[in-house]
Design a protein around this ligand. Structure first.
Ligand SMILES: [Fe+2]
Length: 256
C-alpha cells in the first residue's frame, strides 16, 4: 500500500497573522501538518489542491513552501481561484515542493490539472489542459489513474458553490468516461468532505486546512468542524481506501 495525502485550501496570506473566515490559516496548517506527521507518517506523496495563498503573494508562497517542506516528501501543488499561477510557479519550485503536473507511484499515475480562470472564482478547463489530460490518459498503459484539480466536476448541492464550480465539467467527465484506468478524481475548493461514486470513479472533495464550509447551503455558512486533510492508501490492483482526518478541535486564536 502507498499512502498519499491531499491538503487543500491552505489560504495563506502575505501577513503571517492573516485570517481566513476568522481562522489563523498559517497556525491551522501547522497543526494539521503535525497531525499528519503523527498519523500518516508513511505518506509518500502530498497533493496541495489550490487556494494555497489567498492573496497570491510571494511571501505567502515562500512561507507555505517552508511549512510543507516539513513533511519531507514530494508535494505537488496546483492553483485555485485565489492563486497567482506565475508567482506560485516561481516560488514553489524547490527540490520537494513543486508545481509538477504528474507523478507516478508504483502502478499509479497522478495527473494534476489547472482549472483557474483569471478574474473568476469559477473554474474551466482550457483546451490546452484537456489536450494535456488526453495525452496523459492515452499514454498511461497499465497504470491506474487519479486526476487532481481545484474545482469540483459535479454539483455538490450548495447553490453558491455550484455557481462557481467547473463550467465545462461535462467535457471533462466525457473524457474520463473514455479511459477505463481512471479510479478517482480529487478536488478542493469546497472546504468540506465529499465522496460520490460515478460510473466506477470516486469523486472526492477535501476539507480545508483552515476554514470549513457547511454542506447543502444556499449561501456561504461557516462550519465549526475542525480542519483536516484527505488520505488515500493505494493498493496494487487499482483498489484504494480513503478517508478524511481532522484535528480533535478547531484551532483556537491563542493556540500556538
Ligand atoms: Fe478555498
Amino acid at each position: 500500500m502507498h499512502t498519499v495525502l491531499q491538503v487543500s485550501d491552505t489560504h495563506y496570506f502575505c501577513d503571517p497573522g492573516g485570517l481566513m473566515f476568522g481562522i489563523h490559516s498559517r497556525r491551522s496548517l501547522d497543526h494539521v501538518l503535525d497531525y499528519a506527521l503523527n498519523h500518516h507518517a508513511t505518506a509518500e506523496l502530498v497533493l496541495a489542491t489550490g487556494d494555497l495563498v489567498h492573496d497570491g503573494s510571494a511571501a505567502g508562497y515562500q512561507a507555505l513552501k517552508e511549512a510543507l517542506e516539513r513533511l519531507e516528501v514530494p508535494v505537488h501543488c496546483l492553483p485555485g481561484n485565489h492563486d497567482n499561477p506565475e508567482v506560485m510557479a516561481a516560488v514553489l519550485n524547490g527540490p520537494r515542493v513543486t508545481c509538477n503536473r504528474a507523478a507516478e507511484l508504483a502502478d499509479w499515475k497522478i495527473i494534476l490539472l489547472d482549472t483557474r480562470v483569471t478574474g473568476s472564482d469559477g473554474g474551466f478547463l482550457a483546451r490546452s489542459e484537456l489536450d494535456f489530460l488526453e495525452r496523459e490518459l492515452s499514454s498511461v498503459r497499465n497504470r491506474h489513474v487519479i486526476i487532481v484539480l481545484h474545482h469540483p466536476p459535479v454539483q455538490i448541492g450548495s447553490l453558491w458553490m455550484d455557481d462557481i464550480g467547473l463550467a465545462n465539467a461535462a467535457v471533462f467527465l466525457d473524457m474520463i468516461d473514455r479511459h477505463a484506468q481512471v479510479r478517482a478524481v480529487l478536488f478542493g475548493h469546497i472546504h468540506q468532505e465529499f465522496d460520490r461514486l460515478r460510473r466506477g470513479v470516486r469523486l472526492l472533495g477535501a476539507p480545508s486546512t483552515c476554514a470549513q464550509f457547511k454542506p447543502h447551503t444556499l449561501v456561504h455558512v461557516d462550519d465549526p468542524l475542525p480542519p483536516g486533510y484527505r488520505w488515500l492508501r493505494l493498493a496494487g490492483n487499482g483498489r484504494f481506501e480513503t478517508g478524511v482526518a481532522r484535528l480533535a478541535h478547531p484551532v483556537a486564536d491563542d493556540d500556538h
